[in-house]
Design a protein around this ligand. Structure first.
Ligand code: LLP
Length: 427
């Protein structure tokens, strides 16, 4: 990995300033809602991770799904990071952003034949294989092309990640990976794989983990299996420890683990393993670097509740609707105003278009700017155009300057590809 110099995020106690940029002025220039990311904050996380990994044979493969904007991927490419992808679309983005295929690992339970063929053609480093069927398909496609694919077994260690059920992946009832018993059979039969070199292990048990215990347990299980395989004559060249490190969504309440402590757990659990360690962090690198900048449309006094209606919606940030996720919400100005309790909602015609219930905020008025915090991961990347709301702008900040890295979608762009049913054909 190449070293990146950490540049300090210009410190500011003023919530209206991010990475040296006045967010009110920015809102006037690019409009609201918009996703805003601090490049300095992302570079700081990159540098902290690189420093924690010092001395290890490690490759970071950024989990593209967290934030797949090309400008964010470029920051990862600049740091020498690779990528963890789960679709042909994510591969395409990586290649366009300058992440070489040789640093890309391909995960996911539903890789299609076309996606596998395209990834082999591009030369991805490794497939994280999640089923026997996929393994056979990989063998057939690699055989047809007369190439050898490198593959890791995604182990499902049956460990509870102690996080939200919808973002847990490492229990045996989840669709991800295979149990150690099945993986053992794969290795026993691996001599028959003429075009797949099964020489890696992969484990990812969940996301937004705030405790090291499940991570330690999953890695210990993986390391024990690695030793067993070595004894049986199966050399393992890489262990991919997945992602899942949690961040602070709720100030004072969420206590993320320190990156050095996380890496210490990896060092300890994988002690004695001489191959390459792959890491797939997503959220930890980008979540806290982002805010969703939005304006109050109006205050609506319901019979029972007072609604703060924002111009942002679940289409821009679906985490609260999908996982009841908490995001801190901060008005940009008027902190001296008395607190008022709001249900913070968007304009979409769904009751679940709610960012927060019973949230105490300084009293707001129509036109006020509000930011929803820690939206750099799984915000824009999970956006939709439901209710025919065009995708919002994304802006990268860097020490007092800004660059629009996704322009606000126009209505024409939103309907691009749609057409009246005119040219009827028989299949
Ligand atoms: N590797 C694999 C194989 C994964 O499935 C994931 C996330 C990651 C790495 C990255 O995990 P991270 O470091 O970001 O926690 N939409 C949800 C999160 C879903 C995560 C899915 N897989 C959310 O907004 O919380």
């Amino acid at each position: 990995m190449t070293a990146t110099t950490a540049r300090a995020v210009p410190a500011s106690a003023d919530p209206a300033i991010l990475d040296g940029v006045d967010l009110s002025a920015l809102a006037r220039r690019v409009g609201t809602p918009c996703h805003v990311y601090s490049a300095s904050a992302i570079r700081q996380r990159i540098a902290a991770l690189q420093s924690a990994l010092h001395g290890l044979d490690a490759q970071v493969c950024y989990a593209v799904k967290a934030n797949s904007n090309l400008a964010i991927l470029q920051l990862m490419a600049d740091a020498g990071f690779g990528a963890d992808i789960v679709s042909g679309g994510e591969l395409w983005r990586c290649l366009h952003a300058g992440i070489p295929a040789a640093r890309v690992v391909f995960s996911g339970v539903g890789k299609s034949a076309d996606e596998i063929a395209d990834a082999l053609h591009a030369g991805v480093a490794r497939f994280n294989v999640e089923s026997a069927d996929e393994l056979q398909l990989l063998q057939r496609i690699a055989g047809k092309r007369n190439v050898t694919a490198h593959a890791s077994v995604r182990i499902n260690p049956d460990v509870d990640a102690l996080t939200h059920a919808k973002i847990s992946t490492g229990k045996s009832e989840n669709k991800f990976g295979v149990g150690i018993d099945e993986a053992r059979e794969w290795f026993a039969a691996s001599a028959r794989l003429t075009h797949v070199r099964l020489d890696g292990l992969h484990v990812h048990i969940g996301s937004q983990m705030l405790s090291l215990d499940p991570i330690r347990a999953a890695l210990q299980r993986t390391a024990g299996f690695r030793r067993e395989l070595a004894d049986a004559g199966h050399a393992i060249h890489s262990i991919d420890v997945g992602g899942g490190l949690g961040v602070c969504y709720r100030a004072g309440q969420d206590h993320p683990v320190a990156i050095e402590d996380y890496v210490t757990v990896i060092r300890e659990a994988l002690a004695g393993f001489n191959g390459r360690i792959l890491l797939e962090p997503g959220r930890w690198l980008v979540a806290e670097a982002g805010v969703l900048l939005t304006r109050v449309i109006r205050i609506k006094h319901g019979r029972q509740r007072t609604f703060l209606v924002l111009d942002a919606a679940m289409t821009d940030l679906i985490r609260p609707s999908l996982y009841d996720a908490w995001h801190d919400i901060v008005p940009l100005a008027h902190h001296e105003r008395l607190l008022q309790t709001y249900d913070v909602v968007g304009p979409v015609c769904e009751s679940s278009d709610t960012f927060a219930r019973d949230r105490a905020l300084p009293r707001c008025e129509a036109g006020d700017l509000v930011m929803i915090k820690a939206t750099g991961a799984y915000g824009a990347s999970m956006a939709s155009t439901f209710n025919s709301r065009p995708l919002v702008a994304e802006v990268l900040l860097d020490q007092g300057r800004y660059a629009v890295v996704r322009r606000r979608q126009s209505l024409d762009e939103m309907v691009a590809g749609e057409q009246p049913a005119q040219n009827w054909e028989e299949p």
